[in-house]
Every structure is written in C-alpha cells, then in structure tokens.
Design a protein around this ligand. Structure first.
Ligand code: AP5
Ligand code: MG
Length: 216
C-alpha cells in the first residue's frame, strides 16, 4: 500500500514545500508545514508568532518547547487521515516526542523522504524565492513572467519575499540544518529508514519520482 504518513526532510531550499504541496494535491494528503504555521502566527500577531518571530528572522530554530506545543495542537489532524510533514521534526527531541505522540494514537511515520540539493544551488534558489501570502504556493523569480512578479498565478494573492531569505541568513540556516537536523536523519535511519530523492532538475519529474517511491 502507498505510504500515507510521510515526513519530508532536506536542507532549506531543497524543495520540501514545493514538492509536499504537489504530492499532497495529487494523492489527497494533508500538507502540514510548521514553517507555514509559524509564518501565519507571525502575520496574525498571536502569542506564538511573537515568540517565534525573532528566531525565524535570524535563521535559527524556534525552541523545542514552543514547537512541541504547536505539534500537540495538530494531533487531531494527524489522527484524521494521510499527511506529509514538512519542516517537523527537525531536532532529535522533536523526533522522539513525535514518535511517542503518534504511538499513543496507534500511528507512526511510514516513510521518510530526504530531498537533497547542493548548497550553492540552494543559495541561488532562496535569494530568488517568492511565496504567496494567501495560498502559500512557492515560486521562483526564474519561473515568473517579467512584469508579473507580484501576483500568485494560482490564487491571485500577493507574492512576498520571506525575511529569512537574505543570503547571510540562508547560509546560517544551512549551518543550523547540518548541526541540528542531521541527527534527526540518523534517528530515522535506525527506525523507519530514509529514502533519498535527488532534488535538482525538473520539478514535475521530481514529484513523479516521489509518488513512485511512495507507491513502493
Ligand atoms: P521552513 O519554512 O520549514 O524553512 P526551511 O526548512 O528553511 O525550508 P524552506 O521553506 O526555506 O525551503 P523548502 O525546502 O521548503 O524549499 P521550497 O519548496 O520553498 O522554516 C522556516 C523557519 O521556521 C526555520 O528557520 C525556523 O526558524 C522555524 N521552524 C519551522 N519549523 C521548525 C521546527 N520544527 N523547529 C524549530 N523551528 C522551526 O523551494 C525553494 C525555492 O526553490 C523556491 O523558489 C522554489 O520555487 C525553488 N525550487 C523548488 N524546486 C526546484 C527545482 N527542482 N529546481 C529549481 N528551483 C526549485
Ligand atoms: Mg518550505
């Protein structure tokens, strides 16, 4: 049976959001992105958003206790059907706690997909990324027609530049990934296993490859 409880992992800019959204649409899964949830909390000015904003702007991880509170709030969603987790867990304590929370509901992650892309390609991608403030679709200046760089082609929403996509912040996020998220991969290599998908090349071909491996 196709994997329906999937975690997508990879460095910032590897295409997690792009691919999770496309795969979730095609396989009718929920796309749960902690980055999107946090950015929404920041723009709504909630208590969570106020706590998280400075860390995000600096390219640092939001502390585990805040993230664990957020993920506990999403447990009902996790119980309700298939999903793709994007951006969580990304520290060892987050991975261990999520495994316990899922187990208490009789659930488990059944596939971990690693999308890998080389660092210099990532810096180029992120410094030219634009995201839709409404539907969260992800674009790149290289994909947008000249003169048409401010409106989302999916929903007409306003395209924005993420405040953490400045080059020096991107480089810090890459370092944070190596230091704090690489141990999460070891955790999954020892438990669920990790399936690697090459993240460079045509976006639709990468989506097709992900769906192929998910179908097993
Ligand atoms: P988050 O939003 O998760 O950011 P990230 O992990 O840094 O990843 P990105 O969203 O930058 O990249 P992506 O892999 O989704 O790539 P995308 O598809 O956009 O987290 C942001 C912050 O929130 C963190 O720094 C932290 O502060 C906080 N946070 C979130 N979760 C947390 C947690 N669990 N614990 C603690 N803190 C947490 O693509 C990138 C660009 O490349 C786009 O322009 C896209 O169009 C382009 N692109 C995609 N695929 C291709 C391709 N094949 N070829 C060419 N271009 C491509
Ligand atoms: Mg993303």
């Amino acid at each position: 049976m196709a994997a329906r409880h999937v975690k997508i992992i990879g460095p910032p800019g590897s295409g997690k959001g792009t691919q999770a959204m496309l795969v979730a649409e095609q396989l009718e899964l929920r796309h749960l992105s902690t980055g999107d949830l946090l950015r929404e909390a920041v723009s709504d000015g909630t208590e969570l958003g106020q706590k998280a904003e400075e860390y995000m702007k600096a390219g640092l991880l939001v502390p585990d206790e805040i993230m664990l509170g957020l993920i506990r709030e999403q447990l009902d969603v996790l119980e309700g059907g298939g999903w793709i987790l994007d951006g969580f867990p990304r520290t060892l304590p987050q991975a261990e706690t999520l495994a316990e929370l899922l187990e208490s509901k009789g659930l488990a992650i059944d596939m971990v997909l690693l999308i890998d892309v080389e660092s210099e390609e990532i810096v180029g991608r992120l410094t030219s990324r634009r995201v839709c403030g409404d539907c969260k679709a992800v674009f790149n200046l290289s994909m947008l027609a000249e003169g048409d760089e401010s409106a989302c082609e999916k929903c007409g929403g306003k395209l924005i530049t993420r405040p953490d996509d400045r080059e020096e912040t991107v480089r810090r996020r890459l370092k944070v990934y190596e230091e704090q998220t690489a141990p999460v991969l070891d955790f999954y290599r020892k438990s669920t296993g990790v399936t690697e998908v090459a993240g460079s090349g045509d976006i639709d071909e990468i989506t097709a490859e992900i769906i192929r491996v998910m179908r097993g």
